[in-house]
Design a protein around this ligand. Structure first.
Ligand code: ZN
Length: 549
């Protein structure tokens, strides 16, 4: 069976409890069996016979499974002249020699069918690849990912927490995480302003009827929190921002001259995710989407999408993601998935999305049959510092909501027309993107994002006054500075700042005081020499302004 975190797992009841030390032993045995190229033989057998077979072997759980799953006949796999026999729908590899590169990774407890009343088993997790090279690369990436785990770094750097007293999947952003978020939002705001977006703000709940109109009650109710009543009227927390922006569009009559309307909002939404699926910042129950909705005339689609693409590339480049991948999801050629909207609208929309990609010279993958039933879309994926690919934002065309909410504009011909709607988010969830960033940088944020940009470290108490004046001057110049005026040894102070991954440390001693200079240590390069404070200010001022990496 497969598990996305590992690869596969197998549940067993062993004569004694297995420990981590057993895994290499089992692995060794597996390797020995693989070497023998033992063939698997498949046999299709009547249900009653299979049941007898496993009763004889005293495997009551397997019998239970067979009883439930099998109707008529089913397949059983053998390795001849060995005790191996298993009830499995298959397929299997033809022989054990096909297993070339595998690794057992972890153990956990598992209840039969997840039921705490039933027997407890042990679950062995493992992974397998076609070649040893691929396995080695995967193991290395996994070790690297563990070092960068955003939950661990989040604690170490005091960025955020999740507290069961408040609820799982609900993020408390600490002051230092808040600084980073503010910088992330500042970059977005600057770009949104440049690109003619309006900033809107909308509530977190709305009348239940709205969610019937939008279709969320019909298709999305499982992900929504239960309704709450106010004066006998039902309300629901929002899982998406779209209907609210539609409300703003509908608040006035629109003419073709008013389009496009571009509304943006850091909109907080709530999703009823199961506790077992929650994971740090990556999967949460409440998060903010860097959301925008564009209401456009059909002839404006490609220009608007083209600008969204430019926006995405600009932003991800600033964060240092060199590999941004785009996928264009269109309708399937043959099948009819009950796609909404007229054929000519689809054709025109798909063509315009492709045109926008082409105009930006973007190499993209075209995926047939992956479009939503309500429109084609472009998905944005990035590759992080250790080669993992993250699906982030999307540029999604929508023929459905304009129809459901009966959106209109008056055309040049004085007739009513329906606008196209584009849902656009670059990060998707700012919480999740924050998690990706923490792991991408391994906590060492570039200067423009770093919660503390400069640590001022006097070597002894007698330098504290000079340290305080340097700190004040840097703060007045707009930098985030912390002075460590404790009586610790300078080595300990440097180690502290290094652990906090502060980009620059200024080590101040008698010589620096006398010459009115600062001795600069850069987080990665170490000592880069002494310089007048003005020179240092200019250097980091430039880095901050350019958002250098
Ligand atoms: Zn939307």
């Amino acid at each position: 069976m497969d598990d996305p975190r590992y690869g596969f797992f197998y549940d067993v009841i062993a004569p004694r409890n297995l420990t981590d030390e057993d895994l290499p032993v089992i692995e060794k045995k597996m390797k020995a069996l693989a070497k023998q190229n033992l063939p698997y033989r498949r046999e299709d057998i009547e249900k009653a016979k299979i049941l007898d077979l496993f009763k004889e072997r005293d495997e009551p759980l397997k019998c239970e499974l067979i009883d439930e799953k099998v109707d008529g006949t089913a397949s059983v796999y053998y390795i001849d002249n060995s005790p191996f026999i298993d009830f499995c729908l298959g397929p299997h590899v033809p022989h054990t020699g096909k297993l070339k590169a595998f690794r057992l990774l972890a153990l956990s407890g598992a209840y039969w069918k997840g039921d705490a009343e039933r027997p407890q088993m042990q679950r062995i997790y493992g992974t397998a690849f076609a070649t040893q090279e691929e396995l080695d690369a995967w193991v290395k990436q996994r070790e690297e990912a563990e070092k960068r785990d955003h939950r661990k770094l989040g604690r170490q750097l005091d960025l955020f927490s999740i507290d069961d007293d408040y609820g799982q999947g609900l993020i408390l952003w600490h002051p230092k995480g808040g600084i980073i978020r503010n910088e992330m939002e500042r970059l977005l705001r600057e770009e949104l302003e440049k690109r003619g977006y309006s900033f809107v703000y909308t509530p977190h709940i709305a009348k239940r009827q709205l969610w019937f109109t939008s279709g969320h009650e019909g298709n999305y109710a499982d992900s929504m929190y239960a309704p709450t009543s106010i004066e006998e009227e039902e309300y629901r927390l929002k899982p998406m921002n779209c209907p609210f922006h539609i409300g703003i569009y509908k608040s006035s009559p629109r003419s073709y001259r008013d389009l496009p309307q571009r509304y943006s909002e850091m909109g907080t939404v709530y999703r009823a995710e199961l506790s077992g699926t929650l994971h740090g910042l990556m999967r949460v129950r409440g998060f903010s989407v860097d959301d925008a909705h564009l209401f456009v005339r059909p002839d404006q689609v490609s220009t608007e999408v083209s600008d969204c693409l430019d926006f995405a590339i600009k932003v991800f480049e600033t964060y240092g993601f060199e590999k941004v991948k785009f996928e264009l999801s269109v309708r399937g050629a043959a099948e009819n998935k009950g796609y909404l909207g007229a054929d000519e609208d689809w054709a025109s929309a798909e063509e315009q999305l492709a045109l926008a990609l082409k105009e930006r010279n973007i190499v993209y993958e075209r995926i047939e049959g992956e479009a939503a039933f309500y429109g084609p879309k472009i998905d944005i994926k990035i590759e992080d510092a250790i080669g993992r690919v993250w699906q982030l934002g999307t540029i999604q065309l929508d023929f459905n909501l304009p129809e459901r909410f009966e959106l209109e504009y008056t055309g040049e011909d004085n007739q009513k027309h329906r606008p196209f709607m584009i849902h656009r988010a670059l990060f998707g969830s700012i919480e999740r993107f924050f998690g990706v960033l923490i792991e991408h940088y391994a906590g060492a944020f570039p200067l423009w994002l770093a919660p503390v940009q400069v640590a001022v470290l006097p070597i002894a108490d007698r330098i504290n006054d000079y340290a305080a004046s340097v700190t004040t001057e840097l703060k007045e110049a707009g930098f985030r500075v912390e002075a460590n005026l404790k009586s610790d040894k300078i080595g300990a102070k440097i180690r502290d700042a290094q652990l906090q991954k502060v980009p620059y440390m200024l080590v101040l001693g008698d010589k620096e005081l006398e010459e009115q200079k600062v001795a600069v240590r850069e987080r990665k390069q170490g000592d880069i020499g002494a310089m007048p404070l003005d020179e240092f200010k200019e250097m980091i001022g430039q880095q901050k302004q350019l958002r250098s990496l």
